[in-house]
Design a protein around this ligand. Structure first.
Ligand code: NAD
Length: 294
């Protein structure tokens, strides 16, 4: 059993922390929102007031925060984790953030003799609740080995991607594929509509042909063919268009910094940006078909 400080108990963090409690770990949770810390308490966790308290007492600190600036504040701020953590504390950031911040925070941790991993996830709130997330992990082999038994309590697929920042690199590359492919599948369904081809017929053919992909077979953007997809519940998220836009922006920042040409990724960012600006940023990202339809 480990004493785990868990910072950020939102849509993803709370169910992840609950799975750690179920597995017998002692979890000390921190969030700015008292309603969420109350839920952790109800699940058998302990509530602590400041990130530094969790950091100073914990064997492992896990963070699940909205964006890079929150991660910087919590780790590098004056009362932050890096300044306060005990030697030997393992730090795991599961937030989706920019590669540069992930590397900067990891190197600050290393300078203080602390092991740190970036370990963003895929699988959404459903995966967090079921304990079936995919973790993409960047950092040293030694830190990865230490983290594995803890990550296994929250996820099913845990991949060591390489050194610091490569977990975040994997996450934004994956989500760039997803953003582009959801637009591609949406455009195909809209074209089919205009050509008089039935949604189900296109699905029956494409899901078994070379157009087959996750956006078609698991998350189909039209109601009917995949009953569990958000299209069947008026595009209630799921994974919001705002979150997809965040990840596409991170991919574009990284592409610019690295000098990579990602024309479709850039176009996908523009399309999701216009969709979110139309007021549907809180809808599931597969709702992009409504924007494509015009
Ligand atoms: P969320 O907004 O629901 O949760 C974030 C939590 O962090 C909030 O409860 C907030 O109060 C808390 N927080 C912010 N600053 C804090 C601070 N200084 N100290 C303590 N708590 C603080 O977001 P989420 O949906 O749980 O997502 C978290 C991360 O996971 C994001 O980086 C997101 O991109 C990523 N992610 C989300 C999903 C998803 O489907 N929701 C899927 C994969 C990855």
């Amino acid at each position: 059993m480990s004493r785990i400080g868990f910072i950020g108990l939102g849509n993803m963090g709370l169910p992840m922390a609950q799975n750690l409690i179920k597995a017998g770990h002692q979890v000390e949770g921190v969030d700015l929102n008292p309603a969420l810390t109350d839920k952790l308490k109800a699940a058998g966790g302990t509530v602590v007031d400041f990130a530094k308290v969790a950091a100073a007492r914990a064997d492992v600190v896990i963070t699940m925060l909205p964006a890079g600036k929150h991660v910087r504040d919590v780790y590098l701020g004056a009362n932050g984790i890096i300044e306060n953590a005990n030697a030997g504390t393992l730090l795991i950031d599961c937030s989706t953030i920019d590669v540069e911040t992930a590397r900067e925070v990891a190197s600050a941790a290393e300078a203080r003799g602390l092991m740190m991993l970036d370990a963003p996830v895929s699988g959404g709130v459903g995966g967090a609740t079921a304990g079936t997330l995919t973790f993409m992990v960047g950092g040293s082999a030694q830190a990865f080995t230490r983290a594995q038994s803890i990550l296994e309590k929250m996820g099913k697929t845990i991949v060591h991607a390489g050194g610091a920042g490569t977990g975040q690199a994997a996450k934004i590359c994956n989500n760039m594929i997803l953003g582009i492919s959801m637009i591609a599948v949406s455009e195909a369904f809209v074209l089919a509509e205009k050509l008089g081809l039935d949604h189900q017929k296109l699905f029956d053919i494409s899901s078994k042909s070379s157009g087959q992909c996750w956006s078609m077979t698991t998350y189909c953007p039209v109601p009917g063919p995949v009953p569990t997809s958000p299209a069947n519940r008026d595009y209630q998220a799921g994974f919001t268009a705002d979150m997809m836009l965040k990840d596409l922006r991170l991919a574009q920042e990284a592409a610019k910094a690295a000098g990579a040409v990602t024309s479709l990724g850039a176009n996908a960012e523009r399309i999701y940006s216009s969709y979110a600006a139309s007021g549907e940023g809180g809808c599931d990202f597969s709702g992009i078909i409504r924007y494509v339809r015009g």
